[in-house]
Design a protein. Structure first.
Lengths: 90, 186
């Protein structure tokens, strides 16, 4: 009988597809978890997330992503250093 | 409390969005009565329902993780009232609206027989609104939207749904609905 076989095949295909979807979702979740964590290295390294109120501002800035300006340094004014453009005496 | 609740919320939201997109695509295929070789209609319907159910599971995980998070300060009120959140209120409100519309669609599925097919189908079209609001919610409220992998997901999802809707609209124009088709002699 061809009809029951086709139905049975359809059921088997649907069951297999559902397994693939479930597995993909779980794998996708694990991958997304890793990617999201990698996207926020500052928040990922802080183990005190949500414990102290003082750390909230830094964590919030890390979430916005583009707000991180990096670790800049302010150089002291050094008037004794001659700029290279001035060395044209020769 | 660690940052894992925030990561869980984001990851679950991303997976829920991918599943929602898959559910919408399967729904469009079903509505358009696409002939898939070796795939009977009931099998596609079965997978469509499963994808929708799994979407609900990941949305629940997304919301639960947000409730645990201490920075966004999500409460039950901010989850249910659009615009009540202090964190990116407009974009979060879109997520709230998407969630509530999805609940409405899910409830309509439970009362499908009582509603009648035409009414149920009209309500089911709200899923497009859910998907659109979820897309904007993810782009606007998500903090990883600048990431290349997530941009790729949004581009692929939007392109796929747009293509599916265009195919559906085209197939509808080509083949008139049975109710409107002129009846031949019996």
């Amino acid at each position: 009988m061809p009809e029951p076989t086709r139905i049975e095949q359809g059921r088997k295909r649907a069951a297999a597809a559902k397994r693939v979807v479930a597995l993909s979702a779980v794998t996708g979740f694990a991958v997304a978890l890793g990617l999201v964590r990698l996207g926020h290295p500052a928040a990922g390294s802080s183990s005190t997330h949500g414990v102290s109120g003082s750390s909230s501002s830094s964590s919030t800035s890390s979430r916005t992503g583009s707000d991180d300006l990096g670790g800049g340094t302010i150089a002291p004014s050094s008037s004794s250093v001659t700029p290279p453009v001035a060395s044209h005496t020769s | 409390m660690s940052a894992i609740d925030w990561y869980t919320a984001r990851a679950a939201g991303v997976v829920a969005y991918a599943l929602l997109t898959g559910g919408v695509l399967l729904g469009v295929l079903l509505a358009g009565r696409a002939r898939l070789p070796r795939w009977p209609q009931f099998a596609v319907t079965d997978v469509h329902r499963f994808v929708a159910l799994l979407t609900g599971v990941f949305i629940a995980l997304h919301i639960y993780a947000l409730l645990l998070d201490r920075y966004v300060h999500t409460s039950v009120v901010t989850l249910l009232v659009p615009g009540a959140s202090t964190y990116r209120p407009f974009w979060v409100a879109l997520g709230t609206v998407a969630f509530e519309l999805l609940v409405a669609v899910a409830v309509s599925n439970l009362f499908r027989k009582r509603l009648g097919h035409a009414r149920w189908r009209r309500i089911h079209y709200l899923t497009f609104g859910v998907w659109a609001a979820a897309t904007l919610h993810g782009i606007g409220a998500g903090t990883d939207s600048h990431a290349g992998w997530l941009r790729l997901l949004y581009v692929v999802s939007i392109s796929a749904v747009a293509a599916a809707v265009a195919w559906r609209a085209g197939s509808r124009r080509l083949s008139p609905s049975p109710a409107r088709a002129p009846r031949g002699p019996s």
